[in-house]
Design a protein around this ligand. Sequence first.
Ligand code: NAP
Length: 337
Amino acid sequence: MKENVLLASYTTLRVGGPARYFFTVKTLDDVTFAAAFAKKKNIPIFILGGGSNVLVSDKGFSGVVIKNEIKGVTYEDQGDTVRVSAGAGVVWDDLVADSASRNLWGFENLSGIPGTVGASPIQNIGAYGAEIKDYIVEVRVYDTTANKEKVFSNSECVFGYRDSMFKKSPPGRYIILSCTYTLKKSGTANVKYADLAARFSSTNEVRPIDIRNTVLSIRSGKIPSPNTMPNAGSFFKNPVISEADAERLTETYPDIRIFPQGGGVKVSAAWLIDHVGKWKGIIKEGVFVCDTQPLVITHTSATAHAILMFADEIINDIKAKTGITLEREVGIIGNFL
Ligand code: NAP
């Protein structure tokens, strides 16, 4: 355990003040110890994985930060499928690379997503028409309220679009220890998104590694690497609205990018920010949207406060112009008042 550890270097947005207490956990015992410490001091817990989906306050976090580094991956042959279990601290894309190199189907469209295995069920990560909920068997957690391990089946995770029961639970309640997934030994490439379809004229003879390499190449052309440009991926979720609202918006904005989603209609938040808000090129206190993907907010040495203000301005602007409230995908940690 360390005290007063600056969180900026642990997040891909590269902002954030100190964590009062900072634990690095590698085993269940470490997790139990850190959780008991927070309980004894009666202070909140924040679980940090890759730090790729959070905006930490300049004032830091006056509780216990638990940096999850539980590693280990196992593959269990089950006939047509393989059961894969991975520690929550395993780097997500390392797992995708490994499974694709084994010719296993399922994770390939989710290549290049930053963060750890532990984050995958929380927001039901998705990309290019694939969602992790379709591969998760169960999620093993430490319940900091009941002080014991628990296993949640897929249905108990209540997955939704970029959503799950974990996201709605009180912060720090469940510390994810590991996830178990099922992958297929044979499958068909999912190239329904235009960017992928444009690169594969046929799905014959296509291997998971081919999809992975193509996704990585598309992403690198659009999403800046946090190593060169601080960012937390998509800052907002794509809003899902009613069909009636979508019809109304289409009259005003005939080119709007919309897709059926569940019983409603998913609107491209990037399109709204770009075409309705016209936010490309606007810089405020060093904060701006990325040119190749306006859903990504980046900055040149800005404060966390300036980033939050900028994001709020976008939310207010899109709300005023369309009636749609953009919801943040990035988690807000610490006190911003
Ligand atoms: P894009 O292909 O330019 O499409 C813009 C948006 O329209 C996407 O967000 C996507 O929604 C939706 N979309 C496009 N084609 C679709 C289809 N055939 N059916 C349903 N929805 C469709 O998006 P992009 O920015 O290059 O991103 C590509 C993929 O990577 C997307 O799935 C995106 O979510 C994912 N991604 C995620 C993050 C993150 O931080 N979470 C960051 C970058 C990219 P969906 O988002 O629902 O797929």
